[in-house]
Design a protein around this ligand. Structure first.
Ligand code: GTP
Ligand code: MG
Length: 578
């Protein structure tokens, strides 16, 4: 379950609070002036292209913030003023916020890491009546209430603003009130994207896990990857983590040129995979035994990419810890770069992911479903194929790269430009057009013969018979959607055709009233879902229904497999056998 986050904004810019905030006695500055700020209220304009920081700069900044941050389980009736006063006595707080999962938690970022050392020194291991505490001193604390009566008198407790995944019916209501399909797509993006607070929490969880791994590998780092940081994450998505041991190898240490050099004596194993498995196994064990709040540890070490899966209860995050997974890290950066090229990229990816979830095409459970990562690749491929293209191909990004962008991992070329040198596209298509194109393009794609390839931006003949073949952009001999079976692919194509058809219906393309679902909202309606066999009444396949419709209308001649655009500029889908 996703954490529902409430946050407090305490600086002058957060006038909402400033007016009510009591001033510190005896000080020259008000509490509000010195207290933390979170920028959740300053909503960026999602329709604008913004100059984004490079991925590595952003990661480094977040990582450093997380190292100065602690997590505290608080009494539910905590007085914010007293909380702040108490913690400030250990050091300057630069930011904090509260959230609620199965209790009240506070995330507190100090200006200086040393403050955490001070706090640790005065904190004690709890003495329990019927159990015994494992004395591991983490950065996850419990704030004990020494004067319960005083605190309960301090009600109302921390005022808050909830940040949870918006329920589908509320989303549908918002979408139905939008002015255009473009606005609907930006609304989905805004409502579903990971918040600032949630991002901080994700980096903090990585940092807490790093404290465990650092017992064995002091110089290691734990980095989030995947949708937590690629700009396509939905609040509540899993937290993919990568244990980076690269920096500890010392292979880049400058050679002294002397008569000798020193190496560590090490255990030797048969392959890097075996080394990864044993490292993850030990760290998984430590997380299980020592890390407070981490439960349900599963070691999935025989997977293609060995991992340790667990739930971090205080944050509500489902975590996957991998090691030696630098290519996935690079894919994450690539997606981050694509997301920043044009605001339509994120909006379309969010819209398509949301649509696919509502249709039961994607699932939280691993299996033969299409994954969000594959869907994102499909959207990117479509955007590369527009005329003019909205985003460049991976080969074009590689050609723009400079020396410092060169990156080869296990002989795979992972080079691409890492900054904002990519020129904006001249393409002016609306999101409505692009969404329609997505459904039509993939509703008619020759999946039986062709593969999707974002490196070239062109479909190519499939090298093998997987129903859906999306070439891995870096390990080019691999298919990122190898898990997808024919049934799931057919469900995707059927839903795409059906959605293309629904979107074409005049009444559903335009807002008729504030309440009636139209446009994207019409595609998310539970009645349209074909998931999980919930609906007992079997619908006629969309392609059949479209065929019937087209036959009955006796529209213009149509060429199988292509779109007929001759009807006054309006598009119809022709049926194809695939
Ligand atoms: P959600 O978790 O569903 O929100 O999306 P995600 O992008 O995080 O996907 P997932 O958790 O399944 O995978 C995490 C990351 O691993 C992805 O973003 C990719 O960078 C990478 N990844 C996932 N599947 C594959 C695959 O089949 N091949 C490759 N090369 N990378 C993958
Ligand atoms: Mg993920």
């Amino acid at each position: 379950m996703a954490a529902s986050i409430w946050w407090r904004r305490l600086e002058a810019a957060g006038r909402l609070w400033f007016g009510r905030c009591p001033r510190r006695s005896g000080g020259t500055s008000s509490w509000a002036e010195t207290a933390p700020v979170l920028d959740g209220r300053e909503e960026p304009d999602l329709t604008e292209k913004t100059i984004a920081k490079t991925f590595s700069a952003l990661q480094a900044e977040r990582h450093e913030q997380a190292e100065r941050t602690i997590l505290i389980s608080c009494p539910s009736n905590i007085s914010e003023k007293k909380f702040y006063k108490y913690l400030s006595s250990y050091g300057t707080i630069s930011k904090y916020f509260f959230y609620e999962t199965f209790g009240v938690y506070a995330v507190v970022e100090f200006s200086d890491k040393e403050s955490i050392g001070t706090l640790k020194r005065i904190s004690s291991i709890p003495s329990l009546q019927h159990e015994c505490a494992v004395p591991f001193k983490s950065r996850f604390f419990n704030l004990r209430n020494n004067h319960p009566r005083e605190l309960s008198a301090a009600r109302p407790s921390v005022p808050y603003h909830k940040h949870a995944v918006i329920p589908l019916n509320e989303l549908l209501r918002k979408l139905s009130g939008a002015e255009s399909i473009d606005e609907q797509l930006y609304t989905v993006c805004k409502e579903y994207q990971i918040t600032e607070e949630n991002t901080r929490l994700r980096f903090l969880v990585c940092s807490l896990v790093k404290d465990i791994a650092a017992a064995y590998f002091p110089e290691c780092s734990i980095k989030p990857f995947g949708s937590s940081v690629n700009n396509f994450g939905k609040i509540g998505c899993d937290l993919d983590m990568f244990l980076d041991l690269d920096s500890i190898s010392g292979r880049n240490n400058t050679k002294t040129g002397g008569a000798f050099s020193m190496e560590y004596q090490t255990k030797r194993v048969s392959s890097e995979r075996v080394a990864t498995q044993s490292t993850l196994s030990v760290i998984g064990e430590c997380i299980d035994q020592f890390a407070p709040g981490c439960t349900g540890i599963q070691k999935i070490l025989n997977a293609r990419c060995p991992l340790v899966r667990f739930s971090h209860q205080p944050s509500g995050l489902q975590c996957d810890l991998t090691a030696n997974n630098r290519i996935a890290m690079r894919s994450t950066e690539l997606l981050y770069i694509y997301s920043n090229i044009d605001p339509r990229v994120r909006a379309l990816v969010f819209g398509v992911r949301c649509w696919a979830r509502a249709q039961g095409i994607t699932s939280n459970i691993p299996g033969s479903w299409i994954t969000n990562f594959s869907l994102t690749m499909m959207v990117l491929f479509l955007l590369q194929k527009r005329n003019p293209p909205i985003i460049p191909t991976l080969d074009q990004l590689r050609d723009l790269a400079e020396v410092e962008d060169k990156y080869v991992i296990e002989s795979h070329d992972c080079t691409f430009v890492s900054n904002n040198k990519i020129k904006p596209s001249q393409n002016t298509e609306t999101l409505e057009e692009l969404l329609q194109e997505f459904f039509e393009f993939y509703g008619n794609f020759a999946f039986n013969q062709m593969s999707i390839n974002i490196r070239k931006g062109k479909e190519q003949h499939k090298p093998e018979a997987s129903p859906l073949y999306i070439q891995n952009p870096f390990e080019q001999a691999l298919n990122v959607s190898k898990n997808v079976n024919q049934t799931q692919l057919e469900r995707f194509v059927t839903a795409a055709r059906e959605s293309a058809w629904i979107l074409q219906q005049e009444g559903l393309k335009q807002r008729m009233s504030d309440t009636k679902p139209w446009g994207l909202a019409a595609l998310l309606l539970p009645t349209m879902q074909s998931s999980g066999g919930k609906s007992k009444k079997k619908r006629q396949p969309a392609s059949e229904r479209i065929k019937t419709l087209l036959d009955s209308l006796k529209t213009n001649k149509s060429t199988p497999g292509y779109l007929n655009r001759t009807n006054g500029g309006r598009r119809h889908i022709c049926t194809i056998a695939w």
